[in-house]
Write a protein that binds this ligand. Sequence first.
Ligand code: SF4
Length: 208
Amino acid sequence: MKTKPGTGDGLMLPLMEQFLSLQGEGVNTGRAAWFIRLGGCDVGCSFCDVKESWNPDLHPLVPANEIVEAAAESKAGSVVITGGEPLMWNLDHLTSELKSKGIAIFVETSGSEAPSGTFDWICLSPKKGQIINDFWFSAAGELKIIIETESDFVFAENLAKRVNNRCILLLQPEWSVRDKILPLIIRYISKNPDWRLSVQTHKYIKIP
Ligand code: SF4
């Protein structure tokens, strides 16, 4: 967890953007959600489509209570907390306030940070070469591996051995190579039915 001045207790968080949309990928695809995108990430994936999130200093510190109010006003009933890597920050206050409003909380994390906050659904999406905190393997509802090259299937299988036995296993084509890699993923899942396909539906239907 990082200690950017003013964020230690989670009362202020670096907010990159927040908006109403549908969850585009993973198990909760198609569900309405208020997206809370926090700035800051030091994982550094080459294919990251939100590189502008990486530097937390570029994003204003916003009271977590204001973020909660906006989420409640959206009436989506669910939030997706994403980033960047949202667990760089203490999420205890944000998630307890969201929960007090009866809002379901989904989080997208690479698993690189120690846990904070409480969640109704955890999407664990680690990237090659990063450190993964063991907590996330035991807590994940879904393991979502981005497949960019054939070698990523081995990476996916190695991580699948570490998750809890309720965790849903997902393979998702990296967007820029989707036409090339999707047939390989389909063939792989056909032969390895423990895995399911996830695609970035929001990009196909052009919503944020
Ligand atoms: S972990 Fe997510 S936000 Fe961070 S670099 Fe990778 S894809 Fe981007």
